[in-house]
Design a protein around this ligand. Sequence first.
Ligand code: BGC
Length: 504
Amino acid sequence: MREQHVLLLCLFVSYASIIKSSYLHEGDECKLEHKGNYSKFPEDFSFGVSTAAYQVEGAWNEDGKGPSIWDTYTHLHPERIADHSNGDEAAESYHRFAQDLVALKELKVNFYRFSISWPRVLPRADTRVQNQKAIDYYNMMIDKLLENNIEPMVTMFHYDMPEELTKFGGFTNNIVIKYFRYYADFLFKTFGDRVKKWITFNEPFDYCVPGYGNADFPPMIHAPGVADYLCLDNTLKAHASAYRLYKAKYSNYQKGKVGITISSRFYYTNNPDFGSEDIVDRAMQYSLGWLAHPIFGESGNYPFTVIEDITSNSMKEGLAWSRLRPLNLYWSKIVRGSGDFLGLNYYSSRFVHMAEPPGGEIPSWEHDSRLKYSVDKRWKRAKSDWLYCVPQGLEDILKWIRDNYNNIEVYITENGWSDEGELDDTDRIDYLKSHLQAVLNAINDGCNVTHYTHWSLIDNFEWNRGYTEKFGLYYLNVTSKNKERVAKNSASYYRSVIESRKLS
Ligand code: BGC
């Protein structure tokens, strides 16, 4: 077995060196200076890794699982996936959790962030049909993790909505709030005796805008500036309802924490015309702030700028109502304060400019925000065309959160780098190191950041990019029979950080 591993490793290293240079690195910068006194992570700081059900589980129609919108979409539209692949098998984690566990133990992580597939446990989306085999699977995972001193951190929704819900509009119909609340109740009841960290939704922007705005993701609705905003609104209310339910019914004896994960970049400007602080703030309100402001801000509502712009644009377009209805008092009370922590997915940053005239379709997020982005040529680029290494952005966004949301506790729930799967993944190590440096610098500046999660444990199905962009600390050849997880150099680097609690 060991020999096989070595052979595999040699074959792979030579293959990787051939392909390494085939994609573009625009710049070389991926470093961050150490600032302040902290050279070590605090004793209670937690390190983890993350995956998501559709990206790793496979077994898409086994043991009573219902279809998700990603099953339907990849089957009906293979042409939309870079390599025409899908998550039917993926890393087969549904059958191979034992292999994932070996990797997790090798890394010595403190916690594992994974997601539960809603249509696997509730194939028809509501609680009338509960799939016992799926419940057994997640129970087994949770128990094995705890036996090995690895804390489970569970994402309740990571893009894979039950197909059933699209029959009546998915996230555009506010009945989804009820469905999600019942799903959450079922999860808290079934797993909450052992799961103490819950994330309701992963990156609402990243499924609402592509799913209901520009039709890049399922359910492929093209209604920008309307349906994507409804999706965000219903997600926010569903999140807050689940949070309130936990507080009312479970938190007394389960004593867990519930939060939401929002993705955001940080923004920089060199445009003196608009007032640099204003434009950075505007860009932040149109990204992180859209959902974080109602939950963690003072007003219990969407950011003022966003409400104002969209109301005035809606009028100009001849509508008698705003495409973004502010939260009413009833909802405002439920939403405000509905997070024990903020989950932050940070990958990259951008320069921001005001677009004159505004770009994008009328209406759309792009048109409403009037924002335009660019990158610095010195930043190093990953295999993914959107991913540039900007560790300073992580330090700065953490400070922005500290200053704007009363220093709420932050879990970095994702941060990672893509390449072609090299085992000698120096670029991933540079990225990881510089971003951990950013976290240390932010802690030194009083930011309340307590968890860091690397995306991802293993190479997996990267949505529309299929298996062409790899984010794993462990290499996975999806076409191999036994789906071996092979440690990349970054895995041993991360382990050494976790063991020593400092950067080398
Ligand atoms: C998502 C992951 C995805 C990663 C890299 C995040 O936005 O949560 O599912 O694989 O980015 O694109």
